[in-house]
Every structure is written in structure tokens, then in C-alpha cells.
Design a protein around this ligand. Structure first.
Ligand SMILES: [Zn+2]
Ligand SMILES: [Zn+2]
Length: 257
């Protein structure tokens, strides 16, 4: 079953998920596996936040592999790749190294829903968790989320989706945030949800969860403030925000550096 960050699922999608869940229930007696979204790797089919400790600590996995798949026109600039590496290397205990690679996949050219993202991941993802290496998947699409304002979302335990076109359309304007800074901010924010923030796999050490906005931080200067993943909130920042001390404390308490 897919569990997404609750605040970014449109109402229609919740209803569709409910219908699908009911359908699976009715047909489960006929087939051994009716989940059309299931990935071939059972480890990567867990719910959001379940791999927080596995990603942060070296106890089960000593290396981290990030597979980025982008639709035509939305490849990440090498500056973004370097920034993501530096960011993760400062947080995750991975003595075996952090690998990041990106490859192009065909465009879909339309709106992206969490369910579509899950199906695209199932179709194209090739890197899975194996041996001592844990893998994270980043999908960059050429469409908008159906809610229009969403720039990205995290789903499953190792999966992230970015709305490439939406990010492109809301960056690089005179006086505003650059495309490199916005892409970096959204990817780092969504990966931090996989790392368990806020209180979604990495238990909070002090009260700082913005309950009104799901699993986010109350500090509006923090990378985990809810506005980072919505272009409506872009007026609040022009450079890549960093994690505040409360969020860093949570990650360290759950095995991070
Ligand atoms: Zn978020
Ligand atoms: Zn924070």
C-alpha cells in the first residue's frame, strides 16, 4: 500500500486510493498479488519514514545509492548533484560512500499524481536496496502535480518525486530563487522526509512539529518548513535553507552524524 505525505494528497486522490484499496480487498481472493504499484524489491515497498534509521546510520547499510531519473529537459545541473552529495554526506553515516547518478527517461507530458509517480517508478526504477547498499529513487517529471502548487513529495520509504516543470516555471526569474537553488531545496526537503522528518520515523527530541501542516517544522527558516515544497511559499526564501538545530538533533538521535 502506498502512503504519501498526507498534506500533499489531493482529496480526489484520497478517494481514488480508497477505491483502489476496496478493489484490492474484493479481488484479493483471486490473485496472489493484486497491488499494481508494488516494486519488485519488497524492501522498497515500505511506508514513508520506515527507512529513516537505515538511511541515517551504518548499522544495516554502509553505502547509499541515489538513482535520479528525469524526463527530457529536466536533468539536474551538476551543481545540484554536488550540493545534494555534500548535504547527505554531512548527515548520513555511510562509510562505504554515497553514489548519485542520473539518467533520462521518456516524458509523460501531463499532470502527475502520486499514483502516476508510483507507476512510473515501477516502470523505470532499476536501482534497489541490496547487500550493504541502500537505494533511494528520485523521479523528476515534466508535468505539474494536480494540486498545481506542489513542487515535490516523498512516498514509500525510499521514493521521491519532483515536479520538474513546476520548479522550472517558478525559478530563475529576476530577483527570485534560481533553478539550482530551488531544485536543491526541494530534493533535500523531500529526502529529509525519507530520513524521518518531522516526527515521521525520526522521533522528535523537542517539540517542533508543525502539526497543522503534517510532518513539517515550525521554524519558517528551516529546510523542513512546509512552504519549501509549495511554490506559494517561495517569497519566504531565495537561497537553499538549512536544517535548524531541532531537525538536526532528531536526525542525530536516530543514527545520523
Ligand atoms: Zn514536506
Ligand atoms: Zn526544523
Amino acid at each position: 500500500m502506498l502512503i504519501f505525505e498526507s498534506d500533499v494528497i489531493p482529496v480526489l486522490m484520497k478517494q481514488l486510493l480508497a477505491i483502489l484499496m476496496i478493489s484490492v480487498f474484493f479481488f484479493s481472493c483471486k490473485k496472489e498479488n493484486t497491488d499494481p504499484y508494488a516494486l519488485p524489491d519488497s524492501y522498497s515497498n515500505q511506508t514513508l519514514g520506515k527507512s529513516a534509521n537505515d538511511l541515517l546510520s551504518a548499522s544495516k547499510f554502509t553505502a547509499l545509492n541515489i538513482q535520479i531519473q528525469y524526463m527530457p529537459g529536466y536533468a539536474l545541473d551538476t551543481q545540484v548533484i554536488t550540493k545534494i552529495f555534500t548535504f547527505l554526506n554531512s548527515i548520513c553515516n555511510k562509510p562505504g560512500g554515497i553514489m548519485i547518478n542520473q539518467v533520462e527517461i521518456p516524458g509523460s507530458g501531463d499532470s502527475i499524481t502520486p499514483i502516476k509517480a508510483a507507476l512510473l517508478e515501477k516502470t523505470y526504477r532499476t536501482a534497489y536496496t541490496s547487500g550493504s547498499t541502500i537505494s533511494v529513487y528520485v523521479l523528476i517529471t515534466d508535468g505539474y502535480d494536480t494540486s498545481v502548487t506542489t513542487l515535490g513529495f516523498a512516498f514509500r520509504n525510499t521514493s521521491v518525486c519532483l515536479m520538474g516543470k513546476n520548479i522550472f516555471d517558478h525559478s530563475g526569474k529576476p530577483g527570485g530563487i534560481t533553478r539550482v537553488a530551488l531544485e536543491t531545496s526541494v530534493i533535500e526537503h523531500e529526502i529529509c522526509h525519507l530520513l524521518g522528518l518531522v516526527d515521521l520515523g525520526s522521533p522528535i527530541q523537542t517539540a517542533h512539529r508543525d502539526v497543522a501542516h503534517g510532518f513539517h517544522c515550525t521554524n519558517n527558516n528551516c529546510l523542513m518548513h512546509f512552504a519549501i515544497e509549495l511554490h506559494q511559499g517561495l517569497g519566504a526564501f531565495s537561497t537553499v535553507p538549512v536544517l535548524d538545530s531541532n531537525c538536526l538533533h532528531d536526525l542525530r538521535a536516530n543514527g545520523g552524524k
